[in-house]
Ligand binder design. Structure first.
Ligand code: ADP
Length: 239
């Protein structure tokens, strides 16, 4: 039985590795071509001078971003579960990382014009971790804050230190989450049932990924939320 279990696990992890490789090849490669060509197109004078062509090119670019971000989310979770997942350990300045993520986000469609109030009070901002994954963590949380609130509701980003840890609160004033659902949020594929609550689409993978990555950094994430009032996602990592 033990041998059978070992062999099935190995087969499963090989399938997982193949899935990641195929997904990367079949989705990421065409996406990169779309990105490069639409970037090139959007810079052409013929396109810039014609309103309609410019709009279509913008549409291709914004839909590229949307598709790419979903593929990244799927890939991140698949990678997490493959035995080969490794985190880098480098010095990361969290304030600098936040600024970078905000800058990239600012250029994405659907986010322009959103108000982010920054209250960066943390003094110890250096953590040891994987810059790319920590960036994806922040990016996922910002995406959610934007997705589950309306453009007139500002989002606060608050940083501070306690007990040798770096804290980041992401506070939105959106739809909020009832206590029944709060305890399940970080489970894989969990989404607050839509129907009469909300009809915003997603895979329910983001928060699962966020929690796993933070725990791998000896950190964690908690949520405080009230239905109809908004949510605060609070993450912390040792400095
Ligand atoms: P997704 O947003 O792709 O469904 P997530 O794992 O990021 O997946 O989030 C899981 C669920 O938690 C969401 O479906 C949503 O119901 C709820 N949620 C997450 N963030 C927020 C938020 N800021 N406000 C309200 N609900 C949220």
């Amino acid at each position: 039985y033990a041998i059978w279990v070992i062999f099935s696990q190995r087969r499963y992890s090989e399938m997982q590795r193949d899935f990641i490789n195929n997904m990367t090849h079949e989705f990421k490669t065409p996406l990169t071509s779309i990105q490069l060509s639409s970037d090139y197109l959007s810079k052409q004078p013929t396109i810039q001078q014609d309103d309609r062509l410019r709009r279509y090119t913008e549409l291709i670019r914004s839909q590229y971003q949307r598709l790419n971000s979903q593929v990244e989310k799927l890939l991140n979770v698949a990678r997490l579960e493959s035995g080969e997942f490794k985190l880098k350990s480098e010095d990361v300045d969290m304030h600098q990382l936040l600024e970078e993520v905000l800058e990239t986000k600012g250029a994405e469609s659907g986010i322009e014009g959103r108000v982010f109030n920054k209250d960066f009070s943390a003094k110890q901002v250096h953590v040891m971790g994987d810059r790319t994954h920590l960036g994806s963590v922040v990016s996922n949380l910002l995406d959610n804050a934007v997705k589950y609130s309306t453009p007139d509701q500002p989002i606060d980003l608050v940083t501070y230190n306690t007990h040798g840890r770096f804290f980041l609160d992401i506070v939105d004033r959106g739809i909020g989450i009832s206590p029944d659902h709060q305890k399940h949020l970080f489970k894989k594929f969990y989404r607050v049932p839509s129907g009469n609550v909300h009809d915003i689409k997603g895979f329910g993978l983001g928060l699962h990924y966020v929690k796993r990555i933070l725990q791998m950094h000896r950190g964690d994430i908690e949520v405080e939320s009230e239905l109809g009032k908004g949510s605060t996602f609070r993450l912390h990592i040792p400095t």
